[in-house]
Design a protein around this ligand. Structure first.
Ligand SMILES: Cc1cc2nc3c(=O)[nH]c(=O)nc-3n(C[C@H](O)[C@H](O)[C@H](O)COP(=O)(O)OP(=O)(O)OC[C@H]3O[C@@H](n4cnc5c(N)ncnc54)[C@H](O)[C@@H]3O)c2cc1C
Length: 359
């Protein structure tokens, strides 16, 4: 019997495992560091104090025939076709690599020691437990995660002064109408925005900018992008400069045809454009990859993965949201949906993403 091992039970890995168990006769094993499915796209909510539902992976795979292994993948041996899970070797015929990403500190001094992230559950929990009753929280970054984290923290903790520090205006890739709405939300929630700033280092009680300005802070939240683990690159799998696996049009490693990569771990190009690291791209990739593997097991050649963007959804606390309509290449159109309706759409999408992965 073919042995398919999926590593990582986040949005993409869990979907791939479920679909593979349903579509093939293979023995499917899924390996994950934590016994729970982490709704990563809600981690800014968790950090701000919202209690998330606990979702045991054992419940998700019950009755599916999927073998669940809880442990950390320490190494990959593509020649021997094994993975090392905390010292235990597990063999595979086909490997689906779905280890996601972690926050990228870009090598800035003091980030690892003095800043928090909302990128993984442990760190978001540490942030939640470290929020003072009064004082300043400085969110570094101007992307969507920074916007979601800052608005959530400001809404849930009105006694805190929340400040965004970024090189460019937050949401600079959104439409003019979207940016106007963000401006209104920031001022309603009392969020200070400081742009044109580059961080030189993060200290325990301040953020030091490259121009020498020192911003006192009680807590620093680092949200300047994601990076992946070095596991694939260390194993000799072909990756880009950042360690993400290079795949062909069917999500298959260009160097190791028995390895498929999905989600944040893979560099995926559709019509020449690299897809962004997102749950929105990870889930369709996983659905597709399960179909592609199943087709190959039947001796058929799958068609290449296709994807087009429709919207970007951003939460702005629990009572406001922003849905930015985009074109197929993820470029913003003028159309936006904001306010309560925007928040409801975003909540629906977040729920749907978790539901799809777990079932
Ligand atoms: C706060 C926040 C908000 C976000 N909001 C959005 C949004 O609104 N829309 C959107 O599209 N995207 C959003 N994203 C991005 C999205 O979360 C990721 O792109 C998505 O989770 C990628 O899915 P994945 O399956 O590749 O990885 P993940 O969902 O991160 O899953 C990876 C899994 O691998 C496990 N793992 C990692 N290393 C090991 C190891 N060595 N051994 C065993 N297991 C391991 C992890 O524990 C995890 O379970 C957000 C991210 C954050 C942090």
């Amino acid at each position: 019997m073919t042995n398919i091992v999926v590593i990582g039970a986040g949005y993409s890995g869990l979907i791939a495992a479920h679909r593979l168990a349903r579509r093939t006769d293979a023995q499917v094993t899924i390996v994950n560091a934590s016994p729970h499915f982490v709704e990563r796209i809600r981690l800014h909510q968790h950090a701000a104090g919202t209690n998330l539902r606990v979702r045991p992976l054992a419940e998700s795979v019950r009755g599916t025939g999927i073998d669940l292994v809880i442990g950390r993948v320490q190494a990959l041996d593509p020649r021997g076709k094994t993975i090392d899970v905390d010292g235990r070797l597990i063999g595979y015929d086909t490997l689906v690599y779905a280890l996601g990403s972690v926050a990228d500190d870009h090598g800035i001094p003091g980030v690892a020691e003095n800043a928090f992230t909302v990128s993984d559950h442990t760190d978001a929990t540490r942030l939640r437990e470290s929020l003072p009753r009064k004082g300043t929280v400085t969110v570094i970054g101007g992307g969507l995660t920074a916007i979601e984290a800052a608005t959530e923290l400001a809404e849930q903790h009105p006694h805190l002064h929340v400040r965004i520090v970024a090189g460019h205006a937050p949401g600079s890739r959104l439409s003019a109408r979207a940016r106007q709405h963000l401006g209104r939300v920031f001022s309603r929630l009392g969020i200070e925005v400081r742009t044109g700033a580059r961080v030189a280092k993060v200290l325990a009680d301040s953020v030091v900018l490259t121009d020498g300005v020192e911003l006192p802070t009680d807590v620093t939240v680092w949200t300047t992008g994601f990076r992946v683990s070095a596991l694939a690159r260390d194993a000799g799998v072909e990756t880009d400069h950042s360690g993400r696996i290079l795949v062909d049009g069917t999500q298959r490693s260009v160097s190791h045809p028995d390895i498929y990569a999905i989600g944040d771990s893979a560099v995926v190009r559709v019509d020449g454009q690299e897809l962004r690291m997102a749950c929105a791209t990870a889930e369709p990739m996983a659905e597709y990859t399960a179909k592609a593997i199943a087709a190959r097991l039947r001796g058929q050649e799958p068609r290449a993965f296709g994807y087009r963007y429709h919207i970007q959804c951003i939460s702005l606390g629990r009572r406001d949201g922003l849905v930015q309509v985009v074109d197929a290449l993820d470029r913003p159109k003028e159309r936006v949906i904001t306010g309560r309706v925007g928040a409801l759409i975003k909540e629906g999408i977040v729920r749907g993403a978790g539901w799809t992965a777990l079932r």
